[in-house]
Write a protein that binds this ligand. Structure first.
Ligand SMILES: Cc1cc2nc3c(=O)[nH]c(=O)nc-3n(C[C@H](O)[C@H](O)[C@H](O)COP(=O)(O)O)c2cc1C
Length: 361
């Protein structure tokens, strides 16, 4: 029996279980939310053209990249402040990730430190997402810390020199509730003071990210980090080429869940061009708008090596903690397997662009 519950079914009960402010923070995009809608609609415009009479008696969802084998191509994207959604916060997420056999990318803005998460859930496969700090020493120390804590890769988020204009979030008066902290930034004095967005005279700069970061800083970090470095937030094929050129180990096609630049294209629209520019030299991961196994199949067929999900696993976390996180990944994986079988593709390397049809083009 296939599950009666669908991933989207988790959104409403999750909303009931969190504050209105937390919901606006989670759910909203930037500006008029045109990119937010487009992240979904662009998936829906793509049709899948299946092949028949291929042996699909065994479906293998495993993928290999960065010298690791993964049982399936679904990772948990970095999302800030899990204690807004569950009292145990990131520990619960890490446990759900273990049950789901998924890698969990811990955000710089987590409510717990990576050491606390790794201690409570030692089997967790953790990556760490870095918001590069204004102070290089501070950034260097963060990288060394997460390596000591066992992080397997470092994601540098490069699409956020300033935060996006998140209208709903701002109108809801978003601020970290008392008692919740940016645990990894405990020693950064500004970190505990920041409440809302821009806090200096210009009103757009946010003290916790470095707006002056350039490719030179990426080169510096490649010299500092001992674990693979991926850039998150690439949309432009020229930036993808530059990323390969400076020697990063992977990239993530992302528009930050449509929370930054409104009217930016949907990530699935840009994926084929980015994958073409990269030409298999490094892994190309993908996120934005994934709510169905067919979305995952489309992304993989369009050139992604693996995918990350954001809001859906937070719905699961809110509804039933680790079990909910596990359930969300499991639902998507089941749907992916069904879609692979129906497309006549028994494994991930067999997914290719011939499956994708764009009737509007
Ligand atoms: C509430 C929320 C918080 C986020 N926090 C971070 C973060 O701290 N660092 C980061 O790189 N991306 C962050 N993201 C972006 C996600 O990593 C990811 O790119 C996005 O959620 C994917 O889109 P989806 O939610 O449609 O799956 C956040 C997204 C959401 C929804």
């Amino acid at each position: 029996m296939y599950p009666t519950l669908q991933v989207n079914d988790f959104a409403a009960p999750a909303r009931e279980r969190m504050t209105a402010m937390a919901w606006e923070y989670l759910d909203s995009g930037a500006g008029d939310e045109l990119t937010l809608a487009e992240n979904r609609q662009a998936f829906d415009r793509i049709q899948l053209l299946p092949n028949v009479l291929r042996d699909v008696s065994q479906i293998d969802t495993s993928v290999s990249f960065l010298e690791q084998r993964y049982a399936h191509p679904i990772l948990l994207a970095p999302v800030a402040y899990h204690k807004l959604f569950h009292p145990q916060g990131e520990i619960e997420t890490a446990q759900g990730a273990v049950w789901a056999d998924a890698t969990y990318c811990v955000s710089t803005m987590a409510n717990l430190t990576i050491e606390e998460i790794a201690k409570e859930v030692p089997e967790a496969r953790l990556w760490y997402q870095l918001y590069v700090q204004r102070d290089r020493e501070c950034t260097k120390e963060l990288i060394a810390r997460v390596e000591r804590a066992g992080a397997k890769a470092l994601i540098i988020t490069v699409d956020t020199p300033v935060l996006g204009n998140r209208v709903r979030e701002t109108r809801a008066g978003f601020a970290l509730p008392a008692g919740l902290e940016r645990a990894m930034l405990r020693d950064v004095p500004e970190a505990q003071k920041v409440t809302g967005h821009g806090t200096d005279l210009d009103g757009i700069y946010y003290p916790l990210v470095n707006p002056a970061m350039t490719w030179k800083d990426i080169e510096w970090m490649l010299g500092v980090a001992k674990i693979p470095v991926l850039l998150k937030g690439i949309l432009h094929p020229k930036d993808a080429e530059q990323a390969v050129h400076v020697g990063v180990h992977g990239l993530i096609v992302s528009n930050h869940g449509a929370r930054n630049l409104d009217t930016a294209p949907a990530t699935i629209e840009m994926l084929p061009e980015v994958a073409h520019a990269v030409d298999d030299r490094i892994p190309v991961l993908f996120d934005g708008g994934i709510r169905r196994g067919t979305d995952i199949l489309k992304a993989l067929a369009a050139g992604a090596t693996a995918v990350l999900i954001g809001r859906p696993y937070i719905w699961g976390l809110t509804v039933s903690g680790a079990a909910g996180v596990n359930r969300i990944v499991d639902l998507l994986l089941t749907e992916l397997k069904i879609a692979m079988a129906l497309c006549g593709r028994p494994n991930i390397p067999a997914l290719d662009r011939s499956l994708l049809r764009h009737p509007s083009r």
